[in-house]
Design a protein around this ligand. Structure first.
Ligand code: ADP
Length: 281
């Protein structure tokens, strides 16, 4: 059971990467919105795990990348999904020409090297992965590796950061309080229109005028959430529209493919979003 099948071994994620590959080498562009830089730095200094709450595409990942760069730590990101198991995170025995060999998983490597470990969309992960989080987030800061019988103490510079989107949650998939209450929670949301325009312009290279129109569009489309739209347009989608415009795609067409059709398949809602688009462009 301990040795994985050949097919699994060939999956690229089980290669061992040098931790240096996870260093954020150049400064990522991040526009602070509130006091999140100070909060994260304080939490890092105090070894307090951080939970980032907020809708999709609002800058959570970019923020952690920026903090990793600022703190000079490698950043190990894991996109959580329902098939993600504890062994995917911790490690496993692999068979090679010399017999079996233990390979540390990304969580183990992050713990040993003092990286910032970012578990994206934590509620998507299987329950057995949350068990790993508990000993890592209390005063012990340890990672028990069941298969090898080892207990690994986290490097002093290690920090666990998780993200979660409260809009998605069903009662079934909520984050348990016993887990939640091991983190400070920093709330993220789409930035105010003037800051979002700045971000859209910088990231897409569209004109300032286009960027502020897109930010205004974002704000208005998000108000449609009360009319049945599950999620508003993310900053990421506004940037996509800006990038298409930069390539010369007419504004309305760019918004249609980047925003209207991406947000919903329902004809009526599409019409509502399209009306907002044509009121601005
Ligand atoms: P999330 O992790 O919340 O889903 P991301 O961090 O991937 O979202 O953000 C999506 C994109 O939006 C980023 O790639 C970046 O271009 C842009 N972005 C959002 N907020 C900011 C910000 N405050 N500063 C710089 N870029 C931002």
């Amino acid at each position: 059971e301990a040795v994985e099948s050949e097919q699994e071994q060939n999956e690229p994620q089980y290669k061992e990467y040098a931790i240096e590959e996870f260093l954020v080498r150049s400064e990522p562009y991040y526009r602070p919105v509130s006091d999140e830089l100070e909060l994260f730095t304080a939490a890092y200094n105090q070894h307090i795990p951080v939970l980032l709450k907020g809708p999709t595409g609002c800058g959570k990942t970019r923020f952690v990348e920026y903090m990793a760069w600022k703190l000079g730590r490698p950043m190990v990101t894991i996109a959580c999904h329902e098939d993600l198991t504890a062994s995917d995170l911790v490690g496993r025995y692999l068979l090679d020409s010399d017999g079996t060999r233990w390979i540390d998983g990304p969580m183990t490597r992050a713990v040993k090297t003092g990286a910032i470990l970012y578990l994206d969309e934590i509620v998507e992960a299987r329950k057995d992965t949350t068990v790993l989080i508990h000993p890592l987030t209390d005063h012990r800061r340890i990672l028990p590796v069941e298969k090898t019988g080892q207990i690994i103490e986290a490097d002093d510079r290690f920090l666990l950061c998780i993200s979660y989107n409260p809009h998605y949650q069903s009662a079934l998939k909520d984050l348990k309080h016993s887990t939640r209450q091991r983190f400070i929670s920093v709330e993220f949301d789409y930035p105010p229109a003037d800051i979002e325009a700045e971000i859209v312009q910088k990231e897409s290279g569209c004109t300032e005028e286009q960027a502020s129109a897109l930010a205004k569009l974002g704000e208005k489309v998000r108000n449609l959430r009360d009319h049945g739209l599950a999620e508003g347009a993310s900053t990421r989608l506004l940037i996509y529209a800006g990038r298409l415009m930069r390539e010369g795609i007419p504004a309305r067409r760019a918004c249609q493919v980047a925003i209207v059709w991406t947000l919903t398949d329902e004809a009526e809602l599409q019409r509502s979003v399209e009306e907002v688009v044509s009121s601005i462009f």
